[in-house]
Write a protein that binds this ligand. Structure first.
Ligand SMILES: Cc1cc2nc3c(=O)[nH]c(=O)nc-3n(C[C@H](O)[C@H](O)[C@H](O)COP(=O)(O)OP(=O)(O)OC[C@H]3O[C@@H](n4cnc5c(N)ncnc54)[C@H](O)[C@@H]3O)c2cc1C
Length: 420
């Protein structure tokens, strides 16, 4: 057991993993500071249309956890915040956090009037570049805390100031500056999650070259009612209904040139997305081209997919994606391994099943002793560092595995560092 001086815990990352760990620790009496770099909690789950295996919308899982946070005085949530430094030893860590300005004053009136009046637009990171967004906005429909923010890249734009003045709202303060805060905690839980692999370097798959080749994470936004098309599954290039859709598995994954590991969630994500297409257009047809289907934990879900004769699961690795110059259809070139046939399949839309990259690949944890493998997954012993890696920063994981891991990590923090 560590020589404990501080019984509070910092949890970094406000996705489903970090939220769960924060609630578990707070509900048994520990003080928790939950640090999220986005303007709202919710993480990648908030960007989904539905999540497998039950195919519930994200607010099913998030709302219940938001309530746990609202009802627990032991949790302090810092959004637009990032850890700059962790020093000290397990049980006695000094953590420096930088909080970016939201340019909003809580508990005032007129936020929605200012949003309505705002004509300045910025790129919409929540919708992954598929649309533009107002410079004054909520991060998403289920934003927590329920506060808008002013996009930092446009805070100095005279149009933003004019919109706030026109609304008459007293809820904004464009003079806010970044703030640095220092905390003393017993342990840090790092639940920074993952980012999607960028498939642009795989030139033969046509991502970035053809608008109708998109990534699986973008498909979630296209299918979502709060997404760029209001949930209509249409081709980004011309708005035509996407009724024939090809899912290309392992777009970069299990490939020594890109991500040699399996992300474990992409097969299930594509099968789930095939149901989006089939539900929206009864005459739709989808194909999933795979190396092998990895869905062992969810055999019932696979059986449901296999029962739909318009969803084709085809063993074969896509060799090339082209565009028909006349019809503008996308063409997938692939060998159907079971039949020993070369296919030249015309479709409306190609969805690349890209894998997950740990957040810690690009942004290392600012603590000296923390170690990583060659892909950026955290490998160090938390008992030695006081920093506990949770979920996808340790290993790619679906939601239920992440939630189980969060509970396990909370127990380990209590047993190995805090004592009880
Ligand atoms: C296309 C696709 C579809 C999927 N669909 C499903 C599904 O249907 N069902 C399912 O079970 N799983 C699904 N998954 C997996 C699911 O997305 C993950 O299990 C889930 O996101 C893990 O949650 P998390 O909290 O660990 O990470 P994340 O959701 O990534 O959340 C991490 C949070 O940490 C924040 N953060 C990152 N870095 C920092 C930092 N330095 N400081 C502060 N905050 C930081 C981020 O902003 C984010 O809010 C899917 C994955 C993909 C790729």
């Amino acid at each position: 057991m560590a020589d404990v001086k501080h019984s509070s815990v910092m949890v970094v990352g406000g996705g489903i993993g970090g939220i769960t760990a924060a609630c578990e620790l707070a509900e048994v009496g520990y003080e928790v500071i939950l640090v999220e770099k986005a303007p709202s909690l919710g993480g990648r789950v908030a960007r989904m249309n539905k999540y497998f295996p039950k195919l519930c919308p994200p607010w099913c899982g998030l709302e219940i956890n938001y309530r746990r946070i609202r009802e627990n005085k032991n949790i302090r949530v810092l959004t637009l915040a990032q850890v700059e430094k962790i020093a000290g030893k397990p049980g006695d860590l000094d953590v420096t956090v930088k909080v970016e300005p939201r340019y909003v004053v809580p508990n005032r009136d007129g936020y929605d009037k200012a949003i309505a009046a705002c004509e300045v637009e910025t790129s919409d990171d929540f919708n992954l570049g598929l649309s533009k967004a107002k410079a004054i906005r909520y991060w998403h429909d289920m934003a927590f805390p329920r506060l808008p923010y002013v996009d930092r890249t446009a805070a100095a734009d005279p149009g933003v100031k004019a919109a706030i003045e026109a609304s008459g709202s007293d809820g904004f303060d464009l003079s806010q500056k970044p703030e640095t805060m220092n905390f003393k905690v017993g342990a840090v839980v790092w639940a920074a999650g993952w980012r999607p692999f960028d498939p642009s370097p795989i030139s033969y798959l046509g991502y970035g070259k053809y608008a109708d080749v998109i990534a699986n994470v973008q498909m979630e936004r296209l299918a979502s009612v709060n997404g760029p098309t209001g949930g209509k599954l249409v081709r980004p290039s011309d708005g035509r209904p996407a009724k024939r859709v090809a899912f290309v598995q392992c777009a970069g994954s299990r490939d020594v040139n890109y991500l040699p590991y399996c992300s474990g969630v992409c097969c299930l994500a594509s099968m789930k997305q095939a149901t989006y297409v089939r539900e929206q257009y009864p005459d739709a047809e989808t194909w999933m081209f795979y190396i092998d289907v990895r869905s062992d934990r969810y055999a019932d879900f696979l059986a449901k997919i296999q029962a739909d004769e318009k969803i084709h699961l085809v063993k074969g690795k896509a060799g090339q994606v082209l565009q028909d110059p006349e019809t503008k259809d996308m063409i997938v070139m692939v060998e159907d391994v079971a039949k020993g046939e070369m296919l030249r399949l015309p479709v409306d839309l190609v969805v690349l099943a890209t894998g997950v990259v740990p957040a810690t690949r690009d942004e290392k944890i600012p603590a000296e002793a923390v170690a990583y493998d060659e892909y950026g997954f955290v490998t160090s012993d938390p008992k030695a560092t006081g920093v506990f890696a949770l979920g996808s920063v340790r290993k790619p994981a679906d939601v239920s595995t992440t939630v189980q891991d969060a509970t396990g990590v909370a127990i380990k923090v209590i047993h190995t560092i805090l004592g009880r």
